[in-house]
Ligand binder design. Sequence first.
Ligand code: HEC
Length: 165
Amino acid sequence: MTTRRPAVFLSVKSAPLKILKKIFGVLLLLLVAIQFFRPVKNQGRQEYTQDFLHQYQAPPEISDMLKVACYDCHSNNTRYPWYANIQPVAWYLTNHIRDGKKDLNFDEFGSYTPKRQQHKLEEIQSQVKKGKMPLASYTLIHADARLTVAQRDTLVHWIDGLLQH
Ligand code: HEC
């Protein structure tokens, strides 16, 4: 006599798989749904007359460095990579840009009080010296934004000159 496995056994065994499939389905739907919620991009169109580089007449080596390594998070214009159109990546980037601009916006630097400007200059030196800026999560992908020791020194010295005035 052949013994058949009771059906109930089978259904108990496949239950976790069914649940997994359901969870996966729901996640997939969510992923599709969140694509419709796009944050506004950080892309100011006008000329900024109170721009840091203009105000302090930065030489090309400094302005090139800051534009490549800092402006994506610390200005009113971000150069977005293609994956910035994908959620939740866009939210992640938006948060960084919002927090970065709140602390330091190079496009609006000239509107800060002289005391605040001086403090920010010192902060820039200290963040760059310590290698805290640009953020590691950023330089991981943006290799061109990694600052060499020589570049950091150039920036720190240039700011030293500004602080002495
Ligand atoms: C990927 C985004 C990103 C990039 C690129 C970036 N920053 Fe930041 N920065 C931030 C965020 C976010 C903060 C807010 C504090 C924090 O989360 O560490 C910040 C904070 C700072 C602060 C602190 C301001 C204060 O007064 O507390 C300074 C100074 C600074 N950044 C300078 C720079 C400089 C200089 C560069 C380029 C060499 C740079 N950052 C590149 C995102 C960025």
